[in-house]
Design a protein around this ligand. Structure first.
Ligand code: HPA
Length: 269
């Protein structure tokens, strides 16, 4: 990991968001950007003004960082994310968590679109991430020991905070819907899964699969943040119908996603 670029990027955000003291960081993944329209913007910047981020190359990822006051608390809101498969290294994938930790956030809420591995899950279902399987073939925390990345051997017994998981379940129920619990398998992408890979991931114990979330969750956990992960099932794994279809599926459940996020943020203390 290139620590110089991560630190320079934090300094760049600090200069723009002078005096910020966020407590919660929110990463809005594929199809999640539009749901967040609550709160008051205190500052904003394009990803390509931040050295280690750069503009996202994926449709559905806006590439803008907001400093927002929501329900009386300051938040960092990442609209869009960078992915490992974009080929820029691990730095852009972990920067949201790195920045959140450096600016003093205690919670990282991360969202994404995913493919369903568990047969009973369907497009439009919300899944609260209870645990993950890192099947990306690499780990952003590998490399020389570095205190800014957490301990040498971070414990991962409880990456996703149980109380935050319950809040997500309750807030979804309050809106008359169901949030399922599941294990998220992160793959490198950019290819979707073959039928054999879907079977293999099912055998491994995965309920959903995606190409994100896990790098930032691992770093946030290593830095001691409480992490919550929420995925929207966009397709059955192995039958994505392409990225356009994934985004369309997400659009249909936007009001629910928006309601759950908004309720979740209100409940954080
Ligand atoms: N596989 C991997 N990532 C995804 C999928 C999928 O089926 N759908 C949305 N993101």
């Amino acid at each position: 990991m290139n620590m110089d670029i991560l630190k320079a990027s934090v300094a760049c955000v600090r200069r723009s968001f002078h005096g910020s003291a966020p407590k919660v960081a929110l990463v809005l993944g594929s199809g999640w950007s539009a749901p967040l329209d609550q709160g008051r913007t205190l500052g904003e910047m394009d990803y390509d003004a931040i050295p280690c981020l750069g503009a996202p190359g994926v449709e559905g990822h806006r590439g803008r960082l907001f400093w927002r006051e929501i329900d009386g608390r300051e938040h960092l809101v990442f609209e869009g994310r960078r992915h490992w498969y974009e080929g820029q290294g691990w730095e852009p994938t972990v920067f949201p968590a790195f920045l959140a930790a450096d600016l003093g956030c205690s919670t990282l809420m991360t969202t994404c679109a995913a493919g369903a591995i568990r047969e009973s899950l369907n497009p439009g279902d919300l899944v609260v991430v209870e645990d993950h399987i890192n099947a990306m073939g690499g780990n952003p925390l590998a490399g020389p020991p570095c205190p800014e990345l957490g301990p040498r051997f971070p414990d991962q017994a409880r990456v996703y905070a149980p109380d935050l998981r319950e809040i997500l379940i309750e807030e979804t129920a309050r809106l008359g819907a169901t949030a399922y619990r599941g294990v998220y398998a992160a793959v490198a992408g950019p290819t979707y899964e073959t039928p054999a890979e879907v079977r293999a991931l099912r055998t491994l114990g995965a309920d959903i699969v995606g190409m994100s979330m896990v790098p930032e969750a691992m770093l946030a956990n290593a830095r001691g943040l409480r992490v919550a992960g929420l995925a929207t099932v966009a397709n059955k794994a192995g039958e994505s119908g392409g990225h356009e279809n994934v985004l369309k599926a997400m659009q249909r459940v936007r009001p629910l996603m928006q309601g759950v996020l908004s309720g979740f943020l209100k409940r954080l203390s």
